[in-house]
Write a new protein. Structure first.
Length: 299
């Protein structure tokens, strides 16, 4: 008789970027049947794709697949103070326009003199929109009605546009295929305005699991060894994490319930040069914070 919990039977983690699988799914990354990573290459860091490929091949996990889709470079392009969800992820704003101006300027400069600075192959917003269809088309044959699929929450953990897009793609596929879709409980001050749209004031059932920090550190060391660790060196894993079934978009809006949040802070005060691989200066702050407490503090 199987001792595997029902929610981990026929299970898969679908994560946007390499290392997301061990940051946001620490308690289950060594227990699921398969891990699927969506993005590999990033045009602003040409050496990153090969480094990620090598790291993925050495991860201490039973079954890891990368879809090898290229990152569009969306991080920081949405207005996270007033986020606007769309069918394909989030609507991008003024920062995306600024980056397009930089891209066009570099293309012109490159036509006049040789330029060593990276230039994107197309507009970020156009790439982002196209990626939604690519993600759906690539994942659909891999998913079945009896599966448990774990992915990013609809506010993108700390607030990453690619994470929101992966959730949206899987929510779309859930309606077509019928699998169970699960999200975890990570949130930051950046993503909180969007998270509050999905969390109602009525508590509901959730699953709490202890983090496997030993395995997470082992995975992180692999990414460091191959030079593609993109998170903070001082990141402190939470002792546990929670999962609940993903909210569904209904006529009255997103339907979800409260659950404890692993709430952490990221540094947004310093504006980073772009394009660069976004290195997140982040650290866990304390233990899990109840969403009800957050509501009292922010409403």
């Amino acid at each position: 008789m199987s001792t595997t919990p029902a929610f981990l039977e026929n299970s898969v983690i679908i994560a946007a970027h390499p290392d997301d699988e061990m940051l946001w799914f620490t308690s289950i990354v060594g227990k699921v049947d398969r891990v699927v990573i969506v993005f590999r290459d990033f045009w602003a860091s040409p050496e990153l794709g090969k480094a990620r490929e090598n790291a993925i091949a050495h991860l201490p996990l039973r079954d890891v697949t990368c879809l090898d889709l290229p990152e569009p470079g969306t991080y920081g392009c949405a207005d996270w103070r007033h986020p606007r969800p769309s069918a394909y992820g989030l609507r991008l704003g003024l920062e995306e326009t600024r980056r397009e101006a930089i891209r066009l300027g570099r293309r012109v400069a490159g036509a006049i003199r040789r330029s060593t600075r990276a230039v994107g192959p197309q507009r970020v917003d156009r790439h982002y929109r196209a990626n939604f269809d690519r993600i759906c088309a690539t994942l659909e044959p891999m998913l079945k009605p009896d599966m448990n699929v774990f992915t990013h929450n609809p506010w993108g953990e700390y607030g990453h546009e690619d994470h929101v897009q992966v959730f949206r793609a899987l929510d779309h596929l859930r309606r077509k295929i019928g699998f169970r879709l699960w999200i975890s409980n990570y949130c930051s001050e950046r993503s909180l305005p969007l998270a509050m749209r999905y969390l109602s004031k009525t508590p509901d059932a959730y699953i709490r699991l202890p983090s496997d920090t030993a395995l997470a550190r082992e995975i992180a060391d692999v990414y460091r060894r191959f030079g593609c660790w993109t998170w903070a060196e001082d990141w402190a894993w939470f002792e546990d994490e929670c999962f609940m079934e993903a909210p569904r978009e209904e006529a009255g809006g997103a339907q979800a319930r409260l659950m404890p949040l692993n709430f952490f802070s990221i540094e947004n005060a310093v504006r980073r040069a772009w394009p660069k691989l976004p290195l997140m200066a982040s650290s866990a702050v304390g233990a899990s914070v109840l969403a009800v407490a957050l509501l009292r503090g922010f409403l």
